[in-house]
Write a protein that binds this ligand. Structure first.
Ligand SMILES: O=C(O)CCC(=O)C(=O)O
Ligand SMILES: [Fe+2]
Length: 222
């Protein structure tokens, strides 16, 4: 795969594919370090609230399953990042074998020391779950910082994401993703995944879900 260039921005920089399995893909350099730093600064100033989960159709707080913050963000800022995530997916649609046509989100999340998100799938798991969950096809995670920093970025330790691949050709189906600034990760929303506890510092990430208007009631199929 050749390096891919972003176009939805004035600044062009090179994106570098990192790895690929059947249902998971990642690309380095989706955002530059300076852009990551801008988003983190904006997040740190934005109002935030404890992030919720959906259970049996209801949005609830359950700190035994999910402990992190959801940051409220100016709509224009959200739209700009969302448009870039969407363009990436649309440009690479053939690789993702999906008819997904719009992005739900993006959401801006921070995980402070001790935060986590236990194993879950980003799809409808219950008949009363909202249709938007059943519509999710691919989960997109954009990481803004990581273990190694520069002057511009805060660092954190822990907080790796494990995605459980279903590809029978893999000997070990656990795919562990260690966040780094500007890394875009895409995986099928039906895959189980979990965020390990952050041991130190604060982990910043943006999430969005490429979704299909034409979707079944429960989130199994692609
Ligand atoms: O931040 C991550 O690595 C994953 C977050 C996640 O699973 C979600 O927001 O649904
Ligand atoms: Fe998730």
């Amino acid at each position: 795969m050749p390096p891919h260039e972003t176009y939805a921005t004035g600044r062009r920089h090179t994106m570098q594919p990192q790895f690929r399995t059947q249902n998971i893909a990642s690309t380095r350099g989706f955002l530059s370090v300076a852009e990551c730093a801008d988003v983190i600064r904006a997040m740190a100033q934005a109002p935030r609230e404890p992030a919720q989960i959906v259970r049996a159709g209801e949005s609830i707080l359950d700190e035994s399953l999910r402990l992190c913050f959801d940051h409220h963000f100016p709509e224009d800022f959200k739209r700009r990042i969302g448009a870039r995530m969407t363009s990436y997916f649309v440009d690479h649609r053939a690789e993702f074998d999906s008819e997904a046509d719009y992005l739900y989100g993006p959401y801006f999340m921070s995980y402070e020391k001790g935060s986590y998100f236990r194993a879950h799938r980003d799809v409808a798991n219950h008949k009363d779950d909202p249709p938007r969950l059943a519509a999710h096809r691919w989960s997109l995670l954009l990481y803004l910082n990581g273990r190694d920093g520069s002057e511009a970025l805060p660092t954190f330790d822990g907080g790796a994401l494990t995605v459980y691949e279903t590809d029978p050709g893999l000997r070990d189906r656990r795919v562990v993703v260690v966040p780094e600034p500007g890394l875009l990760l895409l995986f099928r929303s039906s895959l189980m995944h979990e965020v390990a506890a952050v041991r130190d510092g604060t982990r910043y990430a943006v999430a969005g879900w490429m979704s299909s208007a034409d979707s079944p009631a429960l989130g199994g199929p692609r």
